[in-house]
Design a protein around this ligand. Structure first.
Ligand SMILES: Nc1nc2c(c(=O)[nH]1)N[C@H]1C(S)=C(S)[C@@H](COP(=O)(O)OP(=O)(O)OC[C@H]3O[C@@H](n4cnc5c(=O)[nH]c(N)nc54)[C@H](O)[C@@H]3O)O[C@H]1N2
Ligand SMILES: Nc1nc2c(c(=O)[nH]1)N[C@H]1C(S)=C(S)[C@@H](COP(=O)(O)OP(=O)(O)OC[C@H]3O[C@@H](n4cnc5c(=O)[nH]c(N)nc54)[C@H](O)[C@@H]3O)O[C@H]1N2
Ligand SMILES: [Mo]
Length: 668
């Protein structure tokens, strides 16, 4: 019998949100490929999702609930039934609530799955329980805050429009790893004569698709953007008619800030040669349709929101709006597509409970005592690996008095510290509805195969927990499929007139976003707000990043073959990656007498981590690069990269500062 072919959606935290075709035979996925009919995927998948069946049917999949039988972190467990596991969780939580109150329970989740129902399945449950709330700010809230400061709720241009651009600036985005479906359209623009500039801190694989790569000293892009503005003004490249009509506060910026950023000073701050700075400003000023694609890396600094805010001002100076191919894309704004309050159910909260920032999990587990965190419930996240300040996180997870439950597909670093582990489904095994933060497509997915082993989806698990906790709201008794239907039944402005039949059939459907990129500009003043009177600093001025005392800037970017710590289960992907590497440029390696392939230790005040050294002329002096977040079991030592990153937050949004750290390196 030939396999049945079904449509599905990539559930991972990636701007592309690809359409998948899954071949199913005897209840197993036997092949996974890109959907040629998906308008953005166009049949192409990344190295991770190609052969996704190797994740789904991986021998490491968890198939039963487990109870810890060894020390925390050791990873020794015995299988138990769902009934036993649920009863134990309910019993322990009741004791904790009786002594400390329900706020002693902390949920911790992020983006193992991006589906709207499964991702948010815990919110109604924990609101009803009265647990602490988690501020989910590990990714790029500072980027959003920076964009919104200037553009408010204006929807960004769609990524495909880049085809019509004549100057593409990839600003702090490693698109060859993190946004690969954007590149065919960038290349289409290039074939029609567009020039592509990459602004980076080292030569990532994305440098291979750029005409020019400009390397900036980490955390100084805000100064670079001001330097470009200074030159645009000095060279008479402003679109004064556009500014007069649509921009608020350029005159103040021009008087109070821009004089402070002449090319000599910007060059000294950023390390960018004056000549290159002048070339970029001239190209931007002369372009008919400049398109800036802003990545998240630049926002993960103490000054991250301010950096993005400054970059978001740039198109206004040259009136790069409303012309095909022009604009600035930080992320697509698809939030209004669904009435998410129907999933989140904040109304289940009897009173607003306390909020804990997920980037400060280490501190929360050690220092909070009003009440202390006595129980942690982790689902679709791996904080032992991905959260900053790993030593603090692991010390917290090792606490004997902390009752930890982890709902997972694999025995991750975090699961190894659990008292109870619950097995989770993959996206091929459950219902969901997807929107994207990098395109304007939405898509529904139905299960392609039955759950592997005894695994249960987030939705089903919270329904079972609601039952053992005695919650009798009918809400908890509906299925994920019902909830998807309900979300689709409620109308939303962005879904007016879309093809509902195609959506029901599981095809990707484009949202009806009018005036993407603006005008009109959806800000309180109706103008692009270079001066934003509602912010503590109404004008965007430059602040240095947090930095640190060690000589090398640590850059902890994305790997092409891992997604944060996901895909570590795939032996073939890890082995192509070549191990947990630290990349140094030849001069920094020589200065420390280090040779390619040797074990090295990187350290700072927070910790030390063993890596394998890779000497690469793509890394400039003053930087060290560690891509991907590895599971401890595959690390050369006893810690991974986040033992070197700090719990310090961004200027706005309470975001993570993964890139804002320094280290020294020596032979191991
Ligand atoms: N293959 C793969 N894809 C992924 C992910 C993954 O881990 N692997 N992660 C997913 C997630 S969760 C996210 S949020 C996105 C993130 O994807 P991106 O938006 O690409 O963000 P990052 O990879 O964090 O950073 C992008 C680049 O910013 C650079 N950078 C760092 N500091 C600076 C600076 O000061 N100035 C400049 N100009 N550049 C700087 C880094 O070197 C890095 O190459 O990707 C998603 N897609
Ligand atoms: N050093 C460094 N650290 C980083 C980053 C970096 O660039 N450098 N990037 C940061 C960023 S941008 C982000 S967004 C965070 C991401 O942090 P996380 O959201 O924790 O991401 P993952 O590491 O992908 O872990 C997700 C886990 O969810 C599990 N999972 C998948 N689907 C399901 C499901 O349906 N149910 C359940 N219960 N589990 C599921 C997977 O098996 C996986 O172990 O990491 C951050 N950490
Ligand atoms: Mo992220």
């Amino acid at each position: 019998m030939s396999p049945r072919r079904v449509r599905s959606v990539c559930p991972y935290d990636c701007p592309d949100t690809c359409g998948l075709l899954v071949d199913v035979e005897d209840g197993r996925a036997v092949a996974v490929g890109g959907d040629p009919e998906h308008p953005y995927t166009r049949e192409l998948l990344c190295p991770k999702m190609n052969d996704y069946q190797r994740t789904v049917h991986n021998p490491r999949r968890l198939t039963t609930p487990l109870r810890r039988s060894g020390a925390k972190g050791e990873g020794t467990f015995v299988p138990v039934s769902w009934e036993e596991a649920l009863a134990e969780i309910a019993g322990r939580w009741r004791e904790i609530i009786a002594t400390w109150g329900a706020e002693a329970i902390l949920p911790y989740s992020y983006a193992g799955t991006m589906g709207l129902v499964q991702r948010n399945a815990g919110h109604p449950f924990f609101h009803r329980l009265g647990a602490s709330r988690l501020d989910r700010t590990i990714c790029a809230p500072a980027k959003d805050a920076g964009w919104q400061a200037v553009m408010g709720a204006t929807p960004a241009v769609a990524p495909e429009t880049v085809r019509d651009s004549d100057l593409v600036i990839l600003w702090g985005i490693n698109a060859a790893a993190t946004n690969i479906h954007f590149l065919p359209d960038v290349n289409a623009a290039r074939r029609r004569g567009a020039k592509v500039w990459l602004i980076e801190t080292y030569r990532t694989p994305t440098a291979n698709v750029a005409d020019r790569t400009m390397l900036v000293r980490p955390g100084n892009d805000g100064a670079l953007a001001r330097g470009i503005m200074h030159l645009l003004e000095r060279q008479g490249r402003l679109d004064q008619a556009f500014i007069d009509r649509h921009v608020q506060g350029f005159e103040e910026l021009s008087a109070a800030v821009l004089p402070g950023y002449p090319p000599e000073k910007v060059s000294a701050l950023t390390g960018v040669p004056e000549e290159a700075l002048r070339e970029l400003a001239a190209a931007f000023g002369a372009a008919r349709a400049p398109f800036i694609r802003v990545g998240s890396g630049i926002s993960r600094y103490g000054n991250g929101a301010m950096t993005v805010r400054t970059i978001a001002c740039l198109p206004a100076l040259v009136g790069a709006f409303g012309r095909p191919g022009a604009g600035c894309l930080c992320g697509t704004s698809t939030g209004a597509a669904f009435a998410m309050e129907a999933v989140l159910r904040e109304d289940f909260m009897a009173r607003p409970t306390r909020v804990i920032n997920m980037n400060r999990l280490g501190e929360a587990l050690a220092a909070i005592d009003d009440p202390p965190v006595k129980a942690l419930y982790v689902y679709h996240s791996n904080p032992a690996a991905v959260a900053p300040d790993q030593n603090a996180v692991l010390a917290g997870l090792a606490r004997e008095d902390l009752f930890t439950v982890v709902h997972e597909r694999f025995l991750t670093d975090t699961a190894r510290y659990a008292d109870i582990v619950l097995p989770a489904t993959t996206s091929l095994e459950h219902d969901d509805l997807y929107r994207s933060y990098g395109t304007y497509y939405i898509q529904r997915a139905r299960p392609a195969i039955p759950p592997v082993g005894e695994s249960r989806s987030n939705w089903r698990t919270f329904a079972a927990l609601a039952e053992v906790m005695g919650f009798d709201e009918p809400f908890f008794r509906q299925s994920a499929e019902d909830l998807v239907d309900r979300l689709l039944a409620r109308s939303a402005p962005l879904r007016e007139g879309i093809d509902t039949r195609a959506l029901a059939e599981g095809r990707a459907v484009e949202l009806a976003v009018a005036n993407a990129g603006g005008p009109p500009f959806l800000t309180p003043s109706g103008k692009i707000e270079i001066r934003n009177p509602r912010l503590e600093e109404p004008l965007p001025d430059f602040r240095p990043p947090h930095g640190g005392a060690y000589p090398l800037r640590l850059l902890t970017g994305a790997s092409r073959r891992l997604l944060n710590s996901s895909f570590c289960e795939r032996d073939e992907l890890r082995s192509i990656e070549g191990g947990m590497l630290l990349k140094l440029g030849p001069e920094e390696a020589a200065a420390r007498d280090l040779v390619d392939g040797q074990p090295v230790i990187a350290w700072n005040d927070l910790g030390e981590v063993r890596f394998i050294l890779r000497i690469s002329d793509r890394v400039p002096a003053g930087a060290a690069v560690a891509e991907g977040v590895w599971w401890l079991e595959f690390a050369p030592g006893t810690r991974t990269v986040n033992a070197l990153t700090s719990q310090r937050l961004t200027d706005l949004g309470g975001g993570s500062t993964f890139y804002d750290n320094t280290v020294e390196v020596k032979g191991a």
